[in-house]
Design a protein around this ligand. Structure first.
Ligand code: GLV
Ligand code: GLV
Length: 331
């Protein structure tokens, strides 16, 4: 395999880079310490690489692919989601696209979903801000009243691997589980007493609605004005999938009008902007009942190292003429 070259768009954990070097590839890593510019990526690929290891913040379009051709064989996205890659363009060019849906990553995201649920139910962030600001003057019967999770209903939209990992944990906390997906998994339903519902019934039933779908045309603005109106006034939305799955303007309105109780967001519609159109008090950042994390649901030592290993293994398989374990299937 000597002579093969891999370009990595940003420093990632060594575990994956070592595998690539062990395979005999020469590996070049963009070392600017920030996301690579589209034009710089094109310029770099023109120098000739067999594989590209890229991030979810890299827009991988036809122009990037053409810059790498004819030598480029595989593009390994260092992420579970791959909405940053133009799959039609890849299909036309017969390029192999891979992602990193490993159990270790799915567990990290599921844990993050639960951490947002716990923090919303027990008002951890609000209470921390209050305590930190020196406002705590003594125990009170009604200070930061939250709610128990036991017996509450978790509604999972998208019962993929991350959705399932989330359900397994929620069941351990004695939550009830309802889910919606394009396909039913009756065995899973029985095993975890998860109830399949239409999306409409799920939204009317759940106390916590967790979005675990990929971003595709059918899931863009999956939650918008009509959907928020169906939800309970006491319900919370958790989004660790992709920002545009939620219509952010509609979310802001639903929160402002108290149509729902709050939100836990790891992703944002106009990421890295937190608000697409910041408008005074309508900003998500001003809302006490919103908890935000900066797209860090898979940011654990374990998950990020595993993502690097999985991406490397996908590249090694593709460049050895084998089917990569996580090849994205073109529709
Ligand atoms: C992160 O958002 C991922 O898709 O892995
Ligand atoms: C990935 O494995 C997912 O289910 O989203």
């Amino acid at each position: 395999m000597a002579g093969k070259k891999v370009f990595v768009t940003r420093q990632i954990p060594d575990a994956g880079l070592k595998l690539l070097k062990h395979a005999g590839y020469s590996v070049k890593i963009s070392q600017t310490g920030r996301a690579i510019k589209h034009s710089d990526l094109i310029g770099e690929l023109k120098t000739g690489y067999d594989a590209l290891l890229c991030l979810l913040t890299d827009k991988i379009d036809g122009a990037v692919m053409d810059a790498g051709l004819p030598r480029l064989k595989v593009i390994a996205n260092y992420a579970v989601g791959f909405d940053n890659v133009d799959l039609n363009a890849a299909k036309d060019r017969r390029l192999i696209i891979t992602n990193t849906p490993s159990d270790v990553v799915n567990e990290s995201v599921a844990e993050h979903v639960l951490s947002l649920i716990f923090s919303l139910a027990h008002r951890v962030v609000e209470a921390d801000n209050f305590t930190r600001a020196g406002k705590y003057k003594g125990w009170q019967p009604d200070l930061f009243i939250g709610q128990n999770l036991m017996g509450k209903t978790l509604g999972i939209i998208g019962l993929g691997r991350i959705g399932k990992a989330t359900v397994r944990r929620a069941v351990g906390m004695d939550m009830k589980v309802v889910y919606h997906d394009v396909v039913r998994d009756k065995q899973f339903e029985q095993q975890y007493r998860a109830k399949f519902l239409s999306q409409r019934e799920l939204l009317k039933t759940a106390d916590f609605v967790s979005l675990n779908v990929p971003l595709v045309p059918a899931t863009r603005h999956l939650l918008s004005t009509a959907q928020f109106k169906l939800m309970k006034k006491t319900a919370f939305v958790i989004n660790t999938s992709r920002g545009p799955v939620v219509d952010e303007m509609a979310l802001l309105k639903a929160l402002t009008k108290h149509e729902i109780a709050g939100a836990g967001l790891d992703v944002f519609e106009c990421e890295p902007l937190i608000d697409c159109n910041p408008r005074d008090h309508y900003e998500l950042r001003m809302m006490n009942n919103v908890i935000m994390t900066p797209h860090t649901a898979s940011a654990t030592v374990e998950a990020r190292a595993d993502m690097a290993v999985v991406a490397a293994k996908n590249i090694i398989a593709a460049l050895s003429g084998k089917r990569p374990p996580n090849q994205v299937v073109f529709k």
